[in-house]
Design a binder for this molecule. Structure first.
Ligand SMILES: [Zn+2]
Length: 406
């Protein structure tokens, strides 16, 4: 089966995960793709392929040599709750010429290189887009298709020598639960790569340190008619609190390595207001300083108003994998060397978010992220370069070959 056929098959499954659900996996429809992948893996020759009770697919391509490390490859099966992934109707554009692509005439949705300049990197590539009514699902079924095509190639080419190669496909990445039940010990790889990014020239091994802050403000509710010198409106205090955070450290004013505090939700009445923030920075010291700002503002307001009106609760969500990966830099260097051998000029980019790989790294499996050739994830403008997907299969095979000589 070609990588194109494979990808088109995978996106025909609706695998949207559900942030409201507490089941494992969060939506049962993800299991349908999981079962299909197990069957396909068995057909390819991966005898131990199986779907475990948490909805993760695992499999091993057995070693034909004991040289080199045991490498794992990981991709996620679910699609984002931000847009529908049901009844995806892909459009294929062969040899893209750099012009505006009509996604949907009726809805007036276009992929215009002026608006999406990355399109200029994929001129003469074969592309797959949506019809403007759903997302595409390249995030991350392109990753799944790349790993499957790599596996099939190895079974057809036993002359490529390798140690055990471990494969995992996870559910629920998009709702932040992709590694919750991942069995790192049983996976038994020395290191791994998630295949879940954009341009295949990119390698990602730095992500945010992430915290959340819940700010609860208790006011004093009094009938407005007799409120003079007595009412304390918690909504006003919330405004005061938010105004004391640095304005420049908001997501809409930051990029690259700049961290931010993002007010995600606010709900309140005179009596009580609750604000939910996320706090992000690549630098852990700076991230902790941002957390400290929240505590300091609360202390200031409590002092100013003379009673414990503000309560701040901070929780850690995930940490930057960089310092762990840096202890095993050959993982990054090997991938970059493989890319160069495939004619790609690689570069590292800091992720302004988290990845399953960051969690896996903290669980003891160092795991940077590689690209898929997909762009504009989580919405109707999503598209993927089939040309890059094919190239990425070559890169993975090269990583495996190079690992042999390490
Ligand atoms: Zn993804």
């Amino acid at each position: 089966m070609s990588i194109e056929e494979r990808f088109l098959k995978y996106i025909s499954f609706d695998t949207q995960s559900d942030p409201q659900s507490s089941t494992i996996p969060s939506s049962m429809k993800q299991l349908e793709l999981g079962k299909y992948l197990v069957e396909e893996m068995k057909k390819i020759g991966i005898e131990d392929a199986h779907l475990d009770q948490s909805g993760i697919v695992y499999g091993t391509i057995p070693a034909n040599s004991d040289h080199g490390k045991v490498i794992g490859f990981v991709a996620h099966m679910d699609t984002s709750p931000d847009a529908s992934g049901q009844n995806v109707k892909p459009q294929i554009i062969r040899d893209y010429q750099g012009t505006t692509i009509t996604l949907n005439q009726e809805k007036e949705l276009y992929l215009d290189p002026h608006e999406f300049p990355e399109l200029l990197n994929v001129i003469h590539h074969d592309l797959i887009t949506t019809d403007g009514t759903t997302l595409l699902g390249a995030d991350d079924k392109a990753g799944v298709a790349i790993i499957m095509s790599m596996a099939e190639h190895l079974y057809h080419h036993p002359e490529i020598k390798h140690n055990d190669i471990k494969i995992a496909f996870t559910p629920d990445e998009e709702v932040g639960r992709g590694t919750e039940n991942f069995d790192v010990e049983a996976f038994h790889a020395d290191y791994a790569y998630t295949i879940d990014g954009g341009n295949i020239a990119e390698i990602e091994y730095e992500n945010f340190n992430a915290f959340s802050a819940v700010v609860e403000i208790t006011g004093k509710s009094i009938h407005p008619g007799s409120a003079k010198n007595a009412m304390i409106n918690s909504i006003r205090i919330a405004q005061e609190f938010d105004a004391m955070l640095p304005v420049h450290a908001r997501p809409e004013y930051t990029e690259g390595y700049e961290g931010f505090n993002h007010l995600e939700n606010i709900q309140g009445k005179c009596e009580k207001t609750v604000m939910e923030y996320i706090i992000r920075n690549h630098d852990l010291t700076l991230a902790k300083k941002q957390c400290q700002d929240f505590e300091n503002i609360a202390a200031f307001l409590n002092q100013k108003y003379g009673y414990p009106m503000v309560k701040v609760t901070i929780e850690q969500s995930y940490l930057n994998m960089r310092e762990h990966i840096e202890q095993h830099m050959y993982i990054v260097e090997n991938a970059m060397a493989a890319m160069k051998e495939c004619g790609i000029e690689p570069y590292a980019v800091p992720i302004r978010g988290g990845t399953d790989g960051a969690n896996l790294t903290y669980m003891g499996l160092p795991c940077p992220n590689l690209g898929t050739g997909g762009y504009n994830f989580h919405g109707p403008f999503e598209y993927v370069s089939l040309t890059m997907m094919k190239k990425q299969v070559e890169v993975l095979l090269k990583i495996i070959e190079r690992n042999e000589v390490i």
